[in-house]
Ligand binder design. Structure first.
Ligand code: ADP
Ligand code: MG
Length: 488
């Protein structure tokens, strides 16, 4: 097992690529932007935009920052070192039935999405599921909290997504190489070694190959269940290409989740989709209440109860809910799963949570949030849908909810105040100067069979940078852009 060697070192922020830019960028801006946008399109850093029908959507590069963004090397490395423990935490929690049920039962009573997941989870027979291999693929997102007094930054955990978190294909080494090209054009070759390499695509693909081998039938396929909205298609393609590269035998199928009902069959506990045995189901769709109807919930249940490898399992989906962050942050909870010294390090990355249960403590949290809403973020149990509530709106929402128990379906978190960096935001081939806020997403992969861990590692990272005045950080809605780190 890895060891976490250093506590988070704080970082001096007055550096190049933080609040100043190389002097010759402005005069070469058109040349740099054209080169970078062409490289982005050529290398497949693209998505489909415009909200039109799928076939009419315009292919364009995903927004990106023209230059790398300053990130402290020790901070990034400390998060990379921590990741196997976070993998272990989510995996161990996901198979700890008492813990999951006790932590989420009251939420399940008021949130249909959580309720349905939990009811499927309760149907699982531990003695059976412990024999089915598990593939956990996750991304843990952090922001950098800025302390004005000491002019320092420290990483704070924002969210854990498990299952099919985005950006392992479209970003990674591609954006790093564009930034290296920019430095070369600017005559700053000596800075290129400060751009770390990023192997996230390869690591994720490797974990698929390994999990497929664990399943043990070379004829069984890997099936990606995808949404009809194909913005992310070019994020998945590089992963698929890499799986094919690494293993000549594997076959991968792409199926629209919305059209899967009636085509799923369980024979002898084995999962068949369109009469083909499935080794791994990757839920790129099906991670949100809005992807489901009654028939599709039945499909999710059938798949979950089958012997196929599910990515994510229902247990992993539950263990990564925003509400679980608040549970993990309670005293002694991390210690249930991790060594005390590791638990302490992980806890340092937590920003602070407040319970909104229908208790006296919950009432006090509500009072505090209404008084100073600018200090908090209120999150429902949704993933990547821009449903969070910020600032004054928190007070409005809480007043409107009043004493209704639906308030406990939210998680209340302390708001992190970051320090922006100056850069250029490149969108559809044009660049504009913007102050950007970096967010670091660390990928983790774990393969296990019950409590036996077969593989557990960090799969590098994804950096995005959001516009200073944007609360949310959706890249495909141009609130944020892809970026890559430059070490100071
Ligand atoms: P989701 O991605 O499911 O919408 P997140 O928890 O990742 O939900 O939040 C979305 C975005 O909101 C984050 O990427 C970040 O930019 C911002 N955000 C989330 N939590 C905080 C926080 N505690 N303080 C400041 N900004 C936050
Ligand atoms: Mg998020």
């Amino acid at each position: 097992m890895h060891s976490v060697s250093k506590s988070h070192k704080i970082f001096e922020t007055e550096t190049m690529f933080s609040n100043t830019l190389p002097a010759n960028v402005d005069e070469q801006l058109d040349e740099l932007t054209e080169e970078a946008a062409d490289c982005a399109r050529e290398t497949g850093m693209v998505g489909k935009f415009n909200g039109l029908e799928r076939k009419n959507k315009r292919l364009e590069h995903v927004s990106f920052s023209l230059l790398p963004i300053s990130i402290n090397e020790e901070i990034l490395n400390s998060l990379i070192e921590l990741q196997p423990y976070v993998n272990e935490l989510i995996h161990s929690a996901s198979i700890d039935r008492d813990f999951i049920v006790n932590s989420l039962q009251s939420l399940a009573d008021i949130d249909d999405y959580v309720g349905t997941l939990l009811s499927i989870y309760k149907e699982l027979k531990p003695e059976k599921t412990s024999r089915i291999p598990v593939l956990l693929f996750m991304r843990v997102d952090y922001m950098l909290a800025y302390d004005e007094l000491t002019n320092t930054e420290s990483p704070k955990h924002i969210e854990t997504s498990s299952g099919a978190p985005a950006f392992a294909g479209v970003a990674g080494q591609k954006i790093r190489n564009i930034h290296a090209r920019m430095l070369r054009i600017l005559g700053m070759q000596e800075s290129i070694p400060r751009l770390p390499n990023n192997k996230c695509t390869e690591t994720l693909a490797q974990s698929f190959v390994k999990a497929w081998e664990c399943y043990g039938n070379p004829k069984a396929v890997i099936t990606f269940l995808v949404s009809d909205n194909t913005q992310l298609i070019f994020d998945r393609r590089p992963v698929i290409n890499e799986i094919y590269e690494q293993n000549q035998e594997i076959k991968i199928r792409m199926k629209y989740f919305s059209k899967i009902s009636g085509r799923v069959d369980i024979r002898n506990c084995k999962l068949f989709i369109d009469n083909e045995e499935v080794a791994i189901v990757f839920f790129s769709a099906g991670r949100s209440a809005k992807h489901y109807n009654e028939k599709l919930w039945k499909v999710r249940r059938d798949i979950e109860l089958s012997n196929a490898i599910k990515c994510p399992t229902v247990g992993q989906s539950l263990a990564s809910l925003k509400a679980m962050q608040e549970v993990f942050a309670r005293p002694q909870v991390l210690e249930r799963f991790l060594e005390a010294s590791v638990a302490e390090k992980l806890r340092k990355t937590y920003a602070g949570f407040h319970n909104l249960d229908m208790t006296e403590a919950g009432d006090l949290s509500v009072e505090m949030a209404i008084k100073n809403p600018q200090n908090f973020v209120m999150k429902p149990q949704r993933d990547g849908e821009c449903c969070n509530v910020f600032g004054e709106e928190i007070a409005e929402v809480l007043k409107k909810i009043g004493d209704d128990r639906s308030r406990s379906a939210y998680t209340l978190m302390n708001r992190i105040i970051p320090k922006p960096r100056l850069n250029y935001f490149v969108e559809s081939g044009s660049a504009r100067k913007e102050e950007l806020i970096p967010e670091i997403g660390i990928f983790g992969v774990l393969i296990a069979s019950g409590k036996t861990i077969v593989q557990n590692k960090c799969g590098d990272y994804f950096i995005r940078a959001k516009l200073k005045d944007s609360n949310e950080a959706s890249v495909y809605d141009s609130m944020a852009c892809l970026s890559s780190p430059i070490f100071e």
